[in-house]
Design a protein around this ligand. Structure first.
Ligand SMILES: NC(=O)c1ccc[n+]([C@@H]2O[C@H](COP(=O)([O-])OP(=O)(O)OC[C@H]3O[C@@H](n4cnc5c(N)ncnc54)[C@H](O)[C@@H]3O)[C@@H](O)[C@H]2O)c1
Length: 343
């Protein structure tokens, strides 16, 4: 069976996912596209022979479409995901599932009403080989219990439309989800430390910042978010456990030694650094649609990350100090651990 995919939102991520489905993955075909920018939609559709829809709702309802991908911007996600669930079609939604926990709860309620897990959230780091190897080491117990995790999320730059809260809701959300998955527990408090600001970009941002989270068992996670670091896209993570540490290898790139010294390349973007993760993620999603069994990060994971981000934004924006994270209990509907990755 070929899964006939309709995709809403044809910017950087939408087009990267289309290229992957078309040129790299098996079992899926993009048959329908939609974007607010109709000229862009027509240009993307033409080489694919896909149908252009001017509205997400008509694409979702189209008989030619088996499954939906939502790669528009965060505030537009809820409407499309709800419509896909209503239509009973599997939906892959880029992160964030929705920008607030309240919106994620509405999606969970709709999914529960539909009686099937239909939504997968694009937390692709769970599919990254290095993070998966780190998790295997921690899960083995060979270095004892994790006590602290030091993370860094560094982007070369961001556009002017990037607002202060996006450092948490758009950027740190990746570490929030990855740390929940890596540690296998939820977070109970969030705090934000504000170091000296870079002179290199917009004064409206607190850049860099450090998001500090504490888990149920007391593991402390610090996440340096620096979105205008200029030199590259640099993702770091070191878990410190009782008798050892485990960390991401540097950039997944080759190392070179010569008369100029010892160097490796630095990734330039998320597409570059997480190429393999995106491929594994989307192939697993297409496979899950084929066999009719959800896998990967669920709406529950989208909600849990959003609750932490809501608290992080509160800590960043006000003088709130340490903010308590209050989550609902995990509903029985989401009790099968859909965070187990296929492949
Ligand atoms: N997983 C990752 O590492 C990663 C990386 C970057 C972006 N993202 C996420 O992917 C999503 C898209 O990001 P991007 O970088 O491609 O953004 P982008 O601005 O490049 O593209 C967004 C596209 O969506 C279209 N759009 C917006 N609202 C729409 C609507 N209601 N209906 C149809 N089209 C609509 C816009 O016209 C634009 O073409 C965001 O949620 C972002 O957070 C994820």
């Amino acid at each position: 069976m070929t899964v006939r995919i309709g995709i809403i939102g044809l910017g950087g991520m939408g087009q990267a996912h289309i290229a992957r489905i078309t040129n790299v993955l098996s079992g899926g075909k993009v048959v329908a596209v939609c974007d607010l920018d109709l000229t862009r939609a027509k240009a993307v559709a033409e080489p694919l022979g896909a149908t252009v829809y001017s509205e997400g709702a008509s694409l979702i309802g189209a008989e030619e479409v088996d499954a939906i991908m939502v790669t528009s911007l965060g505030p537009a996600h809820e409407e499309s995901v709800l419509a896909a669930i209503e239509a009973g079609k599997p939906v892959f939604c880029e992160k964030p599932l929705a920008p607030t926990a309240a919106a994620c709860l509405r999606i969970m309620a709709a999914e529960e009403k539909a009686g099937r897990l239909l939504a997968q959230v694009g937390f692709m780091r769970r599919y990254d080989q290095s993070y998966r190897q780190m998790k295997a080491v921690l899960d083995s117990g060979e270095i004892g219990e994790p006590l602290m995790v030091h993370c860094a999320h560094r982007n070369p730059t961001v556009p002017q439309i990037y607002t202060a809260d996006m450092a948490i809701t758009d950027t740190a959300i990746h570490e929030v989800d990855t740390m929940r998955w890596l540690l296998g527990e939820e977070f109970v408090t969030a705090r934000v430390d504000r170091p000296k600001k870079t002179r290199n970009r917009f004064p409206h941002l607190q850049d860099p910042l450090i998001l500090i989270l504490e888990s149920e068992s007391g593991v402390r996670v610090d996440d340096e978010v620096f979105v205008n670091i200029q030199y590259g896209y640099d993702i770091r993570c070191e878990a410190v456990a009782e008798t050892g540490t485990v960390s991401l290898a540097d950039q997944n790139k080759i190392e070179r030694r010569d008369s100029h010294g010892h160097h490796n390349e630095v990734a330039t973007s998320h597409i570059d650094r997480f190429d393999g993760a995106f491929t594994t993620e989307l192939q697993a999603w297409i496979r899950s649609v084929e066999i009719g069994e959800a896998s990967g990060p669920s709406s529950w994971d989208g909600y849990a990350a959003a609750v932490v981000c809501d608290a992080g934004v509160k800590a960043l924006m006000g003088d709130a100090g340490t903010v308590a994270i209050e989550m609902i209990d995990r509903p029985a509907f989401y009790s099968n651990d859909s965070s187990v990755v296929v492949g």
